[in-house]
Design a protein around this ligand. Structure first.
Ligand code: UPG
Ligand code: MN
Length: 663
């Protein structure tokens, strides 16, 4: 394609030569630093000098490795531009592919239904042939109020879409638009929006949609189906709210399809969080509009530029890219950050700097929202092209709805490849990273599309607890991005222990002594090193100055008998033992709870294997502690008050864990 007609261009960052020169210099410096550490280690040494220089060398090696892996992102960052005007001139809109927009919401109290509906309205009003847009909302909160908000929004759309297009409005989420605009032409629209919002909020406060709020008998019937159904235990409920083949706006133009989906939920079936929701939408949409393009949006990610579908098409319609192009990712950009972004929620490196680096190598990762997929990529390998046709019958016909309900039910997935090799992948709380990573492994490519005007804007958590919980979930998610990592950790775990054991045995050690060694290593790490570090820091600041406490060399009779028998001697009420008792209790109870959870969950043992294995390992190591807490009556048992404090602390830690994990 000649440059002036191309739909997009690519420029390698001007920083590349600088980055590479710096990498070279830096690696020389790193090698020099490592050499120095190594020399210190190899010089005539005492035990003390080795115990200082070895950890330092290891720490430097870890840092050097982290630095090295990061260099990939600086190797070839690129900057792309797309030319939607050229596309609009040279491709007939009739040839534009249909787009299915997936919007996920999960809790009407944490994600206000009217904001979710505003996000939907912003996508309904894309600058794109309206009859080729279908909005699918997945409501994991199973809330009739969310359905109600979407019914209202579908009516509001009849006015809102023509209003946006006539007035050349760019921010087409009514919520965002009215947040910044002050009256003028829009006073009437604003009133209409406000009235709708108040109705929805009233319903939310009441917790149900009363007959006084609905506008027809037909609607009242729909809400009757909801009555008495808990959000975690109900059949799938799908409602076609707008059908582009018959619904029009006040100017007589077609409206997009709008479909509400609340997938089936049963306490006995795993629902796989957002990935599960997206897979249901992928299947439900394939029974209806079956658009070849899919846009995934979190409920807060509204469109800030109606031309984003055209930008995405600039790549998807390029025959040189399209065969193995899985997705076009827009950056996550946030509105409403405070001046200094005190909780660092912009996450600039993750969302806008690193993706450019990855884009120069094979493509950015998927970040969960603001991403256009080719449907093909969610249904098979790059070479497979077949797409089943969508519905021929009207969307609300009985046959289409029956099929849609079927694919949204809990019984549909077991035994299929959904979540493992097709669709959004299961097994990680960071389903986005997990899915993008696997698509790349399978040979798909991706593109980072970062136009000057942010195409989408989202919300950030606004209190420290929410921020920390979010990051903790991401962290857990990344650990879960399992296969290769699992093997890596398994390798690290077993080879360290295996090698350690072999060396121990080769030096005439015994199994029993080796086991004690690793156990004491764990115990010392938890107690002596922890308290030692604290004490050192306190001493540095002149807060406390404990001296050398001499190790006792005398032993009572009973004590020495216990020692001979190989029984752990606690006896005194030391703070060390409180830590040990607490850790031991937390581990044991986590193991028991984990086994119970895995047993009641389908595929539970597979999913929780690593966690269960580790806590079983620690629990085995802690056996003498449990004995001392609960089973022994001799002088060397754990004093009653230490046991009680440990139990209380462990209970407390569990509560904190519960609060964080169940938010
Ligand atoms: O069972 C669930 C849980 C969540 N969601 C939806 O998932 C989205 C993201 O959840 P949010 O609480 O906003 O998480 P964040 O940490 O802000 O999200 C980031 O991290 C997630 C992965 O951890 C990605 O999925 C998101 O796209 C990415 O923005 C929201 O629309 C939720 O409604 C569901 O649909 N079902
Ligand atoms: Mn979010």
């Amino acid at each position: 394609m000649a440059t002036h007609t191309a739909f997009h261009s690519l420029q390698v960052s001007r920083l590349v030569p600088f980055n590479r020169a710096q990498a070279l210099l830096y690696s020389v410096a790193v090698l020099a630093a490592l050499h120095r550490r190594l020399a210190a280690l190899l010089a005539p040494a005492t035990l003390l000098s080795i115990s200082v220089s070895l950890p330092l060398l290891l720490a430097d090696l870890v840092l050097a490795f982290m630095w090295l892996t990061y260099q990939a992102l600086r190797w070839r960052p690129v900057r792309r531009r797309e030319f939607p005007d050229r596309l609009a001139l040279s491709v007939d809109p009739k040839d534009f592919p249909a787009i299915d927009v997936f919007i996920c919401t999960a809790d009407p109290h944490r994600e206000p239904p009217m904001s979710v509906a505003s996000t939907a309205l912003s996508a309904m009003a894309f600058d794109y042939p309206t009859d080729r847009i279908s909005i699918y909302v997945s409501d994991d909160g199973g809330s009739e109020v969310t359905l109600f908000a979407f019914m209202e929004a579908s009516r509001f759309a009849r006015y809102w879409l023509p209003f946006c297009k006539e007035n050349g409005i760019v921010v087409r989420s009514p919520e965002a638009y009215f947040r910044s605009s002050n009256g003028g032409d829009s006073e009437k629209m604003k009133m209409m929006y406000q009235t709708m919002k108040e109705k929805v909020e009233a319903a939310l406060e009441r917790g149900y949609v009363g007959n006084d709020l609905v506008s027809s008998q037909e609607e009242a019937e729909v809400f009757k189906r909801w009555k008495g159904l808990p959000s975690h235990d109900h059949p799938s409920m799908i409602q076609v709210l707008l059908d582009t083949s018959k619904d029009t706006d006040i100017m007589g133009n077609a409206l997009p399809n709008v479909i509400y989906v609340s997938r089936e939920k049963r306490p006995t079936s795993p629902h796989h969080f957002k990935a599960g929701a997206l897979n249901v939408l992928t299947r439900v949409s394939s029974t209806m509009s079956n658009g070849p393009m899919i846009l995934t949006l979190d409920c807060d990610t509204y469109s800030n530029d109606p031309r984003s579908p055209l930008c995405a098409l600039c790549y998807f319609l390029d025959p040189a890219l399209s065969p193995d192009l899985a997705f076009v990712q827009f950056p996550q950009i946030f509105q409403g950050l405070n001046k200094n972004d005190i909780y660092a929620c912009e996450v600039k490196r993750l969302y806008t700097i690193n993706p450019r680096g990855k884009d120069g190598l094979g493509g950015p990762n998927y970040v969960g929202t603001a991403c256009y997929f080719s449907r093909r990529s969610l249904q098979g390998m790059p070479s497979s092209t077949s797409l089943a046709p969508g519905a021929i019958d009207p969307l609300s016909s009985e046959s289409v709805l029956r099929k849609a309900h079927e694919v949204a039910s809990c019984t549909y997935e077991p035994g299929t490849k959904w979540g493992s090799s097709i669709g959004f992948r299961y097994g990680s709380l960071s389903e986005d990273y997990h899915t993008g990573y696997h698509l790349h492994c399978e040979g798909w490519k991706s593109v980072f599309c970062y136009p000057a005007r942010p195409a989408f804007l989202g919300d950030v958590p606004k209190n420290l607890n929410d921020v920390l919980s979010q990051r903790k979930r991401w962290c857990v998610g990344l650990f879960e991005v399992s296969d290769p990592w699992f093997y890596l950790y398994a390798y690290l775990f077993f080879t360290t222990y295996g090698q350690d054991l072999l060396e121990f045995l080769a030096a005439d050690g015994t199994m029993g002594r080796w086991w004690s060694n690793q156990r004491m290593w764990m115990i010392i790490g938890l107690t002596s090193y922890l308290f030692g570090t604290v004490q050192f820091v306190l001493k540095k600041f002149g807060i406390s100055a404990q001296g050398f406490n001499v190790t006792s060399k005398v032993m009572e009779d009973e004590q020495s008998k216990r020692y001979e028998k190989g029984t752990f001697d606690f006896g005194v009420g030391s703070p060390f033992f409180v830590v040990l008792g607490t850790v031991a209790t937390v581990n044991l109870s986590s193991l028991v709870l984990g086994i119970a959870r895995a047993a009641t969950m389908e595929g539970g043992f597979d999913e929780l294997f690593v966690q269960l294995f580790l806590s079983a390992f620690v629990t085995t190591n802690c056996w003498p502690i449990y004995e001392a807490m609960f089973l022994r009556s001799d002088e060397g048992k754990l004093p009653r008050n230490v046991t009680v404090i440990s139990l209380v602390l462990a209970g407390f830690l569990h509560c904190i864990g519960y609060l964080i994990f169940h938010n």
